[in-house]
Design a protein around this ligand. Structure first.
Ligand SMILES: [Fe+2]
Length: 135
């Protein structure tokens, strides 16, 4: 699997959120590069722990920005964040039980969910982010 490369289409025009999104992908790249034994229970647990803590911090900030922007589909957007977090918790359980959950498939999920979410959901907020103060 190749390292993720940022492309302009991931920008949503809000500097802090764009920086946050970049950091998420940097974190995934870093985990992928530093995992000496991908597929081990420890590599899986480390990846999940770091993504979980980063996602909690990022979602909380993004939700604050979206609420302030008056984005009309806010509740649905918030639910998508919660369902990602629930999925992380499920992956953690699988990992604890077997320790064999495939690192690559877990990594692909973490990468693909976030890419899709930015392109299909976060980008819908652009007109509202432009209107809000501080962007
Ligand atoms: Fe989002």
């Amino acid at each position: 699997m190749n390292a993720f490369e940022w492309k302009d289409m991931f920008n949503i025009g809000h500097q802090e959120l764009d920086n946050d999104h970049r950091k998420y992908f940097d974190l995934l790249n870093e985990c992928y590069m530093s995992s000496c034994a991908p597929g081990s229970a420890k590599a899986n647990a480390d990846l999940l722990r770091r993504v979980k803590s980063y996602a909690a911090m990022h979602f909380s900030y993004e939700e604050e920005v979206l609420r302030a922007s008056g984005y009309p589909d806010y509740e649905r957007h918030e639910k998508l964040h919660r369902s990602f977090e629930e999925h992380l918790a499920e992956l953690e359980n699988v990992n604890e039980i077997t320790g064999e959950h495939k690192y690559e498939s877990m990594f692909s999920f973490l990468l693909e969910w976030f890419q899709k979410h930015i392109l299909e959901e976060d980008r819908k907020c652009i007109p509202y982010l432009k209107k809000s103060v501080g962007t």
